[in-house]
Design a protein around this ligand. Structure first.
Ligand code: ARG
Length: 438
């Protein structure tokens, strides 16, 4: 066996940026690994995946796998996120958190294909993404070693990293001073760092690329009709299409109307509060429409239970636990609620807003004959009295007992006062008032 083939192999999540390019060299030079790069296409912006592949190959990697993950991302990840109306802290539609387990799955697949013993990623030690990659990898193959070069190397500062890159033949881009840290995919864009680190600073106009400034959006509203089948968006304005295309088209429409921006303070899993800006035009519109259809079709108790479980689902996924048994069980619940969720929702997009203006479904539980305030309604109003009396019985019983106890207490304190010759009975009054107010 020659020296090259005898080397242990590591699979690296490669983006083509400076960090992961330096990771390649560091893994080769410092740890002596043969490196296999996996470059995932999850719908991010790029100026040519072939260029990135060529860059990896020029670094002397064993192999570079370019994997188009878009369809899998849409059909197996976004569909689950939509079913769960996924929104961490009620605001963040989890875009980065959704792509990490998918990329991890492909890293593990590549490790098996090439007989690698380790997997590596280019995340820092301060974010959520390291947790997501590593937890996913451990869930998929607990025997694999995980390496996080950026967390381990002593190249903490940019100049050290650039010096290392230059010394090891890693091309250093000219426009290096990226003012922001950006992660994007089909579902949207995450923008952080730079001037955004001061939560008082309004996001500069140049951070937004998927959405127009709402003040510059068209003066006419845009109407969009989303068709759902078993909870999955399948058509846009009556035209059937796959989810990848649907999300792409809707990103364009909603973004053009200035809809989809988020500016928030978020609690990272590692205990840090961070200021995050996001653009998720289609994602936010789809979740809003999906919720509207659920309002129409889901039985009350199912809907209420689901609202609570959605938070748990989002926490699990945010915290990197995509492949956890709890998340799998929650998916089963979500899935069961979606079976009959077929129908259409009409949205009105206008200068940064998105409003549901219509919804219909053959499975709707909304019954106009019951809901109407017209005379010929089907609801038996007289029956409401018995319903209220019985459902209130335990409260009424309790209230009567409180009044009795208060009276007894008052009588007792009256006789005590008589006993000790206390004439002012004012002290007992607040206690009675308090009991009556309960
Ligand atoms: N805060 C978000 C999350 O944890 C986005 C992270 C995106 N990463 C980045 N490099 N901007 O999911």
């Amino acid at each position: 066996m020659n020296k090259e083939t005898a080397k242990e192999k590591v699979v690296l999540a490669y983006s083509g940026g400076l960090d992961t390019s330096v990771c390649v060299k560091w893994l080769q030079e410092e740890l002596g690994y043969g490196v296999i790069c996996v470059l995932g296409n999850v719908g991010q912006e790029h100026d040519g995946l072939e260029k990135i592949e060529a860059k990896a190959k020029a670094l002397g990697v064993v192999a570079c796998e370019v994997v188009d993950m878009r369809e899998e991302f849409a059909d197996e990840y976004l569909t689950c996120a939509i079913a769960a109306n996924a929104m961490y802290e009620n605001k963040y539609p989890l875009l980065s958190a959704l792509s990490r387990p998918l990329i991890s799955k492909h890293l593990v697949d590549a490790a098996h294909k090439y007989g690698a013993t380790a997997v590596a990623h280019g995340c820092t030690g301060k974010g959520n993404d390291q947790v997501r990659f590593e937890t996913s990898i451990m869930a998929l193959d607990p025997a694999l070693k995980v390496i996080a070069p950026v967390r381990e190397w002593d190249l903490g500062m940019r100049p050290d990293e650039i010096a290392y890159a230059k010394a090891h033949g890693v091309p250093v881009p000219v426009s290096l001073d990226k003012p922001y840290s950006i992660d994007d995919n089909l579902w949207g864009r995450a923008i952080e760092a730079g001037v955004l680190e001061d939560p008082w600073n309004e996001p500069p106009a140049d951070i937004w690329t998927m959405t127009v400034d709402p003040t510059e959006a068209p003066d006419e509203p845009t109407y969009v009709e989303i068709g759902f089948e078993a909870g999955v968006p399948v058509s846009l304005n009556g035209e059937q299409m796959g989810l990848v295309e649907l999300v792409e088209q809707l990103n364009g429409m909603a973004g053009a109307a200035g809809y989809g921006r988020i500016d928030m303070i978020e609690n990272r899993y590692v205990g840090i509060k961070s200021r995050e800006c996001y653009e998720v035009p289609a994602g936010l519109a789809i979740i809003q429409a999906h919720k509207a259809l659920e309002d129409l079709c889901l039985e009350r108790d199912v809907l209420h239970m689901k609202l609570g479980l959605e938070q748990t689902w989002a926490d699990q996924v945010y915290n990197g636990r995509w492949f956890s048994p709890l998340k799998q069980a929650l998916d089963a619940f979500m899935g069961a609620t979606q079976a009959q969720l077929t129908g259409e929702v009409k949205l009105k997009l206008y200068k940064g807003s998105c409003v549901v203006v219509g919804r219909r479904s053959a499975a709707a539980l909304y019954d106009q004959a019951l809901a109407t305030y017209d005379n010929d309604d089907a609801f038996d109003q007289k029956a409401a009295k018995g319903f209220i009396d019985i459902q209130a019985l335990s409260i009424k019983t309790w209230a009567m007992k409180q009044a009795q106890l208060a009276q007894a207490k008052e009588a007792a304190s009256g006789s005590a006062q008589a006993l000790f010759g206390v004439v002012e009975g004012g002290a007992t009054e607040p206690a009675v008032a308090q009991a009556a107010a309960l």
